[in-house]
Design a protein around this ligand. Structure first.
Ligand SMILES: CC(C)(COP(=O)(O)OP(=O)(O)OC[C@H]1O[C@@H](n2cnc3c(N)ncnc32)[C@H](O)[C@@H]1OP(=O)(O)O)[C@@H](O)C(=O)NCCC(=O)NCCS
Length: 212
């Protein structure tokens, strides 16, 4: 799509390939969206919908919101993850006030049948390769509710350092402990993770990230 070159962006790391989510992916991705992928608890739920219907609706709206509000200063890139020829999940990379802060956040989910075999690490590594080695990020942050060992495990494996503890309101009004992690570009480079990442189709997208 010439006026929206992000559609041509392609990333890969080991067994996974990533490309921006497309409108046509939404039905399939919404069907496989796992219940343990937590939406932002501040998002309003529609009272006439079941929890599952709200979950899938919020997933659709998250896609449209990211596209509709994209700007070089603040952007959210939802990447569809392909493994063994099929869609298996989504890796999200987010840059808020990116030209100034040069810091990315991330979120991700995988269908349960492919978890626990390193794909979570590979897909986050691919997104970080784009951020650190192509977009000029200086740091990446990640947060996981205490007890989300898989998310924390991905951060630990890639070399994020613990960066404090916070709290978040959970659906129903309770409070959950949130563990924060941070990875610097120096730690990223020292670990050499970027060697496993390929990025294609980025040049026409550079203005989308505020880069010449
Ligand atoms: C988070 C998620 C994408 C990770 O994907 P994954 O492919 O299962 O993770 P990996 O296989 O790459 O594992 C990464 C590390 O975490 C560890 N880990 C993974 N799942 C774990 C679990 N359930 N308990 C403890 N450790 C776990 C792995 O052992 C590995 O560490 P190691 O290499 O030192 O052994 C996946 O579990 C998921 O979709 N979870 C539900 C959604 C979610 O919570 N997303 C994160 C918040 S946005």
């Amino acid at each position: 799509m010439p006026d929206w070159p992000l559609t041509g962006l392609r990333l890969s790391c080991r067994d996974v390939s990533l490309r921006p989510v497309r409108e046509a992916d939404l039905p399939a991705l919404a069907t496989m969206l796992p219940g343990d992928f937590e939406q932002d608890p501040r998002l309003e739920l529609f009272p006439g919908l079941s929890p599952e219907e709200n979950h899938r609706r919020l997933f659709h709206q998250g896609y449209w919101k990211a596209l509709g509000t994209w700007s070089p200063s603040s952007w959210v890139l939802h990447l569809a993850v392909t493994y063994e020829g099929g869609l298996v999940g989504v890796q999200t990379l987010e840059g808020t006030d990116f030209p100034v802060l040069r810091t990315v956040d991330s979120a991700s989910w995988l269908v349960p049948r492919v978890r626990g075999r390193g794909l979570g690490v590979a897909m986050r590594t691919a997104a970080l390769g784009l951020a650190f080695d192509r977009l000029g990020a200086v740091a990446a942050v990640s947060s996981a509710v205490a007890g989300n060992a898989a998310s924390a495990g991905v951060s630990r494996r890639i070399g994020y350092a613990a960066n404090g503890i916070g709290s978040v309101v959970v659906p129903g009004g309770g409070v959950a402990e949130l563990r924060h992690f941070r990875l610097t570009v120096q730690a990223w480079r020292a670990a050499g993770h970027g060697r496993a990442v390929t990025v294609a189709g980025l040049t026409p997208c550079l203005p989308w990230f505020g880069l010449p």
